[in-house]
Design a protein around this ligand. Structure first.
Ligand SMILES: Cc1cc2nc3c(=O)[nH]c(=O)nc-3n(C[C@H](O)[C@H](O)[C@H](O)COP(=O)(O)OP(=O)(O)OC[C@H]3O[C@@H](n4cnc5c(N)ncnc54)[C@H](O)[C@@H]3O)c2cc1C
Length: 540
């Protein structure tokens, strides 16, 4: 790392200290001969609530650690603008997410391979999931114990979650105690990316232990504005550190880890993207790459919300100062209890139609209810069961709105624009009602207050989903990997047509993983490091 005449220089310049960026910075700087500079638009991860699992309710809409994006009004969601939180802090979205540890289905990665991406099949990526993982249950064929990312069992079972599991089993769904093992299908408690009752973000697991290294420099409050090019070679980036313009040169590579919104946004601002769109916005075209910002996928969800007959929900805790105190003391003393809870402690991965080869929906239960996570919990006993389709066909896009890197780009999700997505979500809502009607859950239910008993037909349920649904925060695929004309990066994650530039984050997923997206993003980071080093893991 050097600084001459005000210009910084390193072998690798990494933009974005999120789920993937922290992996890249920590792993690349393991080699003392390699210099790395990591630029992050947000600040240090010192916010108290980041580290307490249930604190995600507090960081969910806190602009000190969150970009707080809004989509364009979306016709598929009744023309509502949907709130998209994204982490803006060391650890990125892994510092504010729901901590659920789900990798996706083996078939997802085999599909990535079939789409023209050698090296990305399920058996190819398994070693990287294992390399990342410190599985507190111990290692086996599917899990590793030597990695920085701590994966733990729930330390707290809730009667409503237990009842949900029993209900699904009664309906014939298999019990599954490891959604990341041989098969995803079934119902059970989810593991979380936590360590001894605290969040294990990639900043905690990967970056902090590496930050003392002399060959790694982390610059926070550093907003990257564009990649700098000499011809078609990326040679560095221009950024603003706490408002002051600066540049950093990359001797070997610039690596964009800005996430599914940030990375395409930076590429577009840098003149790499659909030429007509860039010209329309007044950006000089460095390379015409039509896929940048396209193929956006996200998981759109709809929820059934219920009033509970018993005062056992987290809403009840939040309404009662004595209960709050007890929960706080329990956490401080034992690091367990409700404060260690992930976003949805229990889940069912199910097929809505028997002809589906693998689960096409995820249903999960949370022992609390609210109008939306930013609005606070209801002032009555309530709980929520939510469904989302795992592999949506609807596709949206990210486009430039202004040339100011600090301003949000235009986010156009096009939710439920595909008929199969509409049908699957409606079928998922109907499946939730079947689960709720079993004796295990029925005894807790005072009333379904959303959508409500009068919403019954498929058309009414779809209408409800459009009116009240929302994201579960899994945007991907805006810099999709592949070798077709709409692909942005090749299977080694190098930007097509440009030298010295990779994208490594959730944006490169050819299709969204069937589940949550943090684990797969971390796997992508681990694999990218081996590709840069010219190595390939073989032993699974
Ligand atoms: C509220 C929420 C809940 C979620 N729950 C779960 C869950 O329970 N389980 C799960 O698996 N997944 C969950 N996810 C999704 C998961 O966290 C993300 O898919 C994953 O973190 C994406 O990683 P990434 O590296 O692609 O991007 P990010 O982690 O978002 O990192 C991008 C980083 O780049 C920085 N950046 C962007 N633009 C610039 C720029 N111009 N200059 C400098 N820095 C920049 C950002 O500030 C950020 O730190 C959730 C996400 C959210 C937001």
């Amino acid at each position: 790392m050097s600084s001459s005449g005000g210009t910084l220089e390193a072998d690798f310049v990494i933009v974005g200290a999120g789920s993937a960026g922290c992996v890249m910075a920590a792993r690349l700087s393991e080699d003392p001969a390699t210099n790395v500079i990591l630029l992050e638009a947000g600040g240090e991860d010192t916010n108290f609530w980041i580290h307490i699992p249930l604190g995600y309710g507090k960081t969910f809409a806190d602009k000190r650690v969150n970009w707080m994006f809004q989509t364009e009004p979306d016709p598929g969601a009744n023309n509502r603008s949907i709130y998209w939180p994204r982490g803006k802090v060391l650890g990125g979205s892994s510092s504010i997410n729901g901590m659920v540890y789900i990798r996706g289905q083996h078939e997802d990665f085999d599909h990535w391979r079939q789409l023209g991406n050698p090296g990305w099949s399920a058996s190819d990526v398994l070693p990287y999931f294992k390399r990342a993982e410190h599985q507190t249950r111990g290692n086996d064929n599917w899990h590793g114990t030597d990695g920085p990312l701590s994966v733990s069992d729930a330390s707290y079972n809730h009667p409503l979650c237990d009842a949900f599991v029993d209900a699904a089993v009664e309906l014939g769904f298999p019990r599954n105690d490891d959604f990341n093992g041989e098969k995803q299908e079934g119902v059970g408690y989810q593991q979380t990316t936590t360590r001894k009752g605290r969040r294990c973000s990639t900043a905690v697991g990967y970056l902090h232990p590496a930050m003392q290294r002399p060959n790694l420099r982390v610059i926070t409050h550093a907003l990257t504005e564009r990649v700098m090019f000499e011809g078609k070679r990326a040679v560095g980036v221009a950024f603003r550190e706490s408002g002051a313009p600066k540049t950093v040169r990359a001797r070997r590579e610039v690596i964009l880890c800005g996430g599914a919104i940030g990375s395409p946004h930076i590429l577009l601002l840098s003149g790499v993207g659909p030429a007509a769109h860039l010209a329309e916005k007044g950006v000089e075209v460095v390379h015409d790459l039509p896929g940048v910002g396209q193929c956006l996928q996200d998981h759109y969800s709809a929820a059934v919300k219920l009033r509970c007959k018993e005062k056992i929900t987290f809403n009840d805790v939040m309404m009662n100062p004595l209960k709050q105190l007890a929960v706080g003391v329990r956490y401080l003393m034992f690091r367990d209890g409700p404060l260690t809870m992930a976003a949805g402690p229990c889940a069912l991965f199910a097929r809505t139609r028997p002809e589906q080869a693998t689960p096409d929906v995820k249903i999960s239960i949370s022992p609390f209810s609210s109008d939306n996570p930013a609005a606070g919990l209801h002032k009555f006993s309530g709980f929520t069961v939510i469904v989302y389709q795992l592999r949506p066909d609807s596709r949206g896009e990210i486009r430039l709105k202004s040339l100011d890197a600090a301003a949000s780009p235009s986010i156009v999700p096009r939710y439920l624009s595909d008929q199969n997505d509409q049908r699957t979500l409606v079928d998922g809502l109907k499946l939730i009602r079947r689960i709720l009607a079993t004796r295990h859950l029925e005894r807790y239910i005072e009333a379904e207050f959303r959508p409500g008993a009068d919403v019954r037909t498929d058309a009414e349920l779809l209408d409800y989903a459009r009116q009240f649904g929302g994201t579960v925060y899994h945007p991907t695929s805006t810099c999709r990997m592949g070798n077709d004309p709409m692909a942005v990066v090749d299977p080694e994650l190098r930007v097509h047509g440009i030298e010295g530039l990779r994208v490594v984050d959730a944006s490169i997923m050819p299709t969204v993983a069937s589940g949550n997206t943090n684990a797969a993003t971390i796997m992508i980071g681990e694999k990218a490091v081996d590709m840069i080093r010219g190595r390939q893991a073989t032993a699974a």
